[in-house]
Design a protein around this ligand. Structure first.
Ligand code: OFO
Length: 159
């Protein structure tokens, strides 16, 4: 595999790791009785698996076989609810940085098909970060009050 395709394979694994982290966050909030928040994180985990599948589909389409790597055990305690969503936001920022690096590498290597494929992820990360930033803004206003938390939990149950 080329350096770029290796890096794409690494990101394929990181998207699966992202799903794993969000499932852990879902468990964490579910255990605290917030089924709407748990629903949100479970859906987020599903989206991550879709992101992963796009990378493996791409690798197969250029006749490269993706490789699965070992996934580290995710954190199991994320602090209060605001901190949990902040941890998710920080994770998304890390994903964005990795996607940007991949994009730059594809440009450096003049790999136009990879650049075109990665454009989708660049756009997707804008959405991902915006989702979490908006939720954190709401959570900061709620300031961990149960009335506000239950209203937001109800809303995220219908995501
Ligand atoms: Fe795959 O974007 Fe979130 O992590």
């Amino acid at each position: 595999m080329s350096k770029l395709n290796d890096a794409i394979n690494e990101q394929y694994n990181y998207e699966i790791e992202s799903a794993y982290i969000y499932v852990s966050m879902a468990h964490y909030v579910e255990e605290k009785g917030m089924s709407g928040f748990a629903n949100f994180f479970k859906k987020q985990a599903k989206e991550e698996l879709e992101h992963a599948a796009k990378f493996s589909d791409y690798l197969f389409s250029i006749d490269e076989k993706p490789t699965l790597e070992q996934i580290p055990q995710p954190q199991t305690d994320f602090g209060n609810f605001t901190e949990t969503f902040k941890a998710a936001y920080e994770h998304e920022k890390e994903v964005t940085a990795r996607i940007n690096k991949l994009y730059d590498l594809s440009v450096e290597e003049n790999d136009h098909k990879a650049t075109s494929m990665l454009q989708w992820y660049i756009d997707e990360q804008v959405e991902e970060e915006d989702t979490f930033r908006t939720l954190i803004e709401q959570l900061e206003r709620i300031n961990e009050s149960w009335a506000g938390l239950y209203l937001l939990d109800e809303k995220l149950g219908h995501r």
